[in-house]
Design a binder for this molecule. Structure first.
Ligand code: IPD
Ligand code: CA
Ligand code: CA
Length: 266
């Protein structure tokens, strides 16, 4: 199944690049919950393609996805409680939609497969760098077929990254306080615009730690497994286990970096 998901993530990436190379002509952009929350016709097309192809392989599968698509309503679940039984795909067709809309070339497709509520496969594809991160629980994570090593690191001399949780204005103050603390504790900070790639870049050691104060299941489901399979610790920002049933904060990093973060006084 992992190979099938890898293949479909690459197919989604081709759709992102094709849209880009046509300077997004023909791609419609509309806002959802706020002026920051965008959806394009490409998000919907990719999600529909993935659902159709995955249902052809596993007809009984359920889907927890970011976008509302009119077809296939029976397969769609809106309550993460329904993840507890059977096979479910948690999909973000384009993570980093604002980057996609503004031509920032840092977006990806994220697909997780859960079985009875536990993530077994996580695949994230960045078409701009042609980087495929593919993890299976207990079997590690590969980047373009090469197994990533597990290692530990402090954040002191490393780069850290934070997300702004842009659809949740109530966390603006704490988010920038967190960014300042990260800046003080590490070599420097980044804000990239893709939570899924923030997890992947932490998994492969480009960042020592990633933190964001509110995410949806599709933003982190695959990235959490990818990071864990490279020895990272992934919890909420106060060190608790993460659940799909709420919109949790996320703290993802090397074990020592995570311990250092949890000792910071907020
Ligand atoms: C968003 C991105 C962003 C993160 C937000 C997410 P979207 O996802 O991952 O980096 O800060 O919290 O919602 O809307 O581009 O799929
Ligand atoms: Ca997302
Ligand atoms: Ca998205």
């Amino acid at each position: 199944m992992q190979h099938e998901i890898d293949r479909l993530a690459r197919e989604a990436g081709r759709m992102i690049l094709n849209a880009d190379s046509s300077a997004l002509s023909g791609v419609e952009v509309v806002t959802k919950s706020s002026r920051r929350d965008l959806v394009t016709s490409m998000d919907l097309e990719i999600q529909q393609m993935l659902m159709k192809e995955l249902l052809a392989i596993i007809p009984q599968a359920k889907f927890l996805c970011e976008e509302d698509v009119p077809s296939m309503p029976d397969a769609v679940i809106t309550d993460a409680g329904e993840l507890d039984e059977g096979i479910c795909f948690i999909i973000d067709p384009i993570d980093g939609t604002a980057n996609f809309v503004h031509g920032n070339r840092h977006s990806c497709t994220s697909i997780a497969m859960t079985v009875n509520g536990e993530t077994q496969i996580g695949v994230i594809y960045d078409p701009y760098r042609d980087e495929l991160f593919s993890a299976r629980k207990g079997h590690g994570c590969a980047l373009n077929g090469q197994l990533l090593p597990a290692f530990d690191s402090s954040m002191k001399n490393e780069i850290t990254v934070f997300g702004t949780a842009p659809y949740n204005d109530f966390v603006n103050g704490p988010t920038f306080e967190l960014a300042e603390k990260l800046y003080e504790a590490s070599a420097d900070v980044r804000r990239t615009g893709s939570a899924a790639l923030d997890c992947c870049w932490t998994a492969c050691g480009r960042f020592a730690l990633y933190a964001e104060l509110s995410l949806s299941a599709w933003d982190f489901a695959a990235g959490k497994l990818i990071a864990e399979e490279t020895g990272c610790v992934v919890t909420t920002t106060d060190g608790k286990p993460i659940s799909f049933k709420e919109k949790p904060s996320i703290l993802c990093g090397r074990p020592t970096a995570v311990s250092e973060f949890l000792e910071i006084d907020f």
